[in-house]
Design a protein around this ligand. Structure first.
Ligand SMILES: Nc1ncnc2c1ncn2[C@@H]1O[C@H](COP(=O)(O)OP(=O)(O)O)[C@@H](O)[C@H]1O
Ligand SMILES: N[C@@H](CCC(=O)OP(=O)(O)O)C(=O)O
Length: 371
């Protein structure tokens, strides 16, 4: 099976602090991506750099902060960015290089089923035709409240959308350190992360340069989104020819974020990532422990509340009392039955509610999503 790799390159890797594109770096990255493509991977690029590429051209002295100035700079810079990629991908190898396509998305597109399905189908077709889709945020139409602002989150959502084998977030630092190495040179690099704990979050700080925006924190947040979608993530540096291949093969200069969800059987992958939950079941602390630590089935006694109109056989999301998603499962009860049985002991359920099985969700029909 062809494996799909999503690569995200941040502004700090493509542009200089004074603004403007670093064409040498763009050519380098394009050739790294083209080599990956030639090695048989389907490759998608999520690239930043439009604002950084455009602001000097438009006459601003430094990266603008006001939204419509940023949008204007992006409108100028995006064309320059694509032109640079087109040339660079086109010059790869002997026979006309690798074709590229521009896709601009907004956060709102991801919450509209029709629009995101369209994007997905377009991307699939492009990949089938051997084209590398180059994706950025559609800065002109993204409203302030709904802007990604950095592209890390966008790349994670794209990774989940195409069910990528891996998300590679390229930045100017070779991974996550225990503290920003620019502030503390004695900070230590973390090679592998299995779970994004509060400690991991506390290590990550803001942007390191005047062109970068999200810093390490937004990359860790993105890794978390990707991991929840079953997509393992690499955050690190790609500076020498062959580095991208090394990153994909597990020997890159950076931090790997593993997700055991990736190795789930197909049925559970569908359950966890591609199913459409029809409702929510809110459970108490005891049920949370039983599901997550005891790997047990969900019984009526642990249910606090039901939301939505689901039927036996539907997929539902299960949340704890603070609203965090614990996982998803196929429910054996209709919503009204689950409501009637909520909080009751199994004995009481048998007497009062007509149900086929005692487990509201059987552990074989469950996938944990909380990490
Ligand atoms: N714990 C950390 N480990 C590594 N880098 C960190 C950490 N905390 C903050 N950073 C900063 O995050 C920066 C990368 O993010 P950013 O500047 O937004 O780059 P990009 O443009 O690639 O998205 C690094 O240059 C570094 O200074
Ligand atoms: N869409 C914007 C992305 C902004 C940005 O700088 O993102 P990043 O480098 O990922 O922190 C652009 O192309 O300039």
């Amino acid at each position: 099976m062809t494996e799909t790799i999503v690569v995200k390159i941040g502004s700090s890797s493509l542009t200089s602090e004074e603004g403007g594109l670093n064409r040498e770096r763009i050519a380098f990255f394009a050739h790294e991506l083209a080599a990956l493509h030639e090695a048989g991977h389907q490759v998608l690029l999520v690239t930043s750099g439009a604002v950084a590429a455009g602001f000097r051209k438009i006459g601003y002295a430094s990266r603008p902060k006001i939204i419509h100035e940023k949008q204007a700079a992006a409108a100028v810079g995006q064309a320059l960015l694509m032109q640079a990629y087109q040339e660079a991908f086109g010059s790869y190898g002997a026979d006309g290089g690798v074709g590229v396509a521009q896709i601009l998305l907004t956060r709102a597109d991801f919450s509209n089923r029709k629009r995101i399905q369209n994007a997905q189908m377009t991307i699939e077709e492009l990949l089938k035709q051997g084209i590398v889709p180059i994706i950025n945020e559609n800065d002109t139409v993204a409203t302030e409240e709904l802007k990604f602002s950095e592209n890390d989150t966008l790349s994670a959502l794209v990774g989940n959308l195409v069910k990528a084998k891996q998300l590679v977030i390229i930045t100017d630092m070779d991974g996550l350190y225990t503290e920003d190495p620019r502030k503390n040179p004695a900070a230590k690099r973390i090679d592998r992360v299995g779970q994004i704990s509060d400690d991991i979050l506390s290590f990550a700080g803001g942007a390191g340069s005047s062109v970068g925006t999200g810093g390490m924190r937004s990359k860790i947040d993105a890794a978390r989104i990707a991991m929840r979608g079953g997509v393992p993530t690499f955050i690190g540096r790609v500076v020498e020819p062959g580095d991208l291949q090394l990153a994909v093969s597990g020997q890159g200069r950076g931090t790997y974020f593993d997700t055991s969800l990736h190795n789930l059987p197909m049925k559970k992958q569908w359950l966890g990532f591609h199913s459409m939950p029809q409702g929510r079941i809110i459970v108490d602390d005891g049920a949370e422990r039983a599901l997550l630590e005891g790997h047990k089935s969900l019984l009526p006694a642990g249910i606090r509340r039901i939301e939505g109109e689901f039927h036996a056989g539907d997929v539902v999301e299960v949340c704890n009392l603070s609203g965090q998603t614990l996982g998803r499962g196929v429910v054996n009860y209709d919503a009204w039955q689950a409501q009637a049985a909520a909080g009751l002991s199994s004995e009481e359920v048998r007497r009062r509610v007509e149900v086929v099985r005692m487990e509201v969700i059987h552990r074989d029909e469950w996938v944990t999503l909380k990490n």
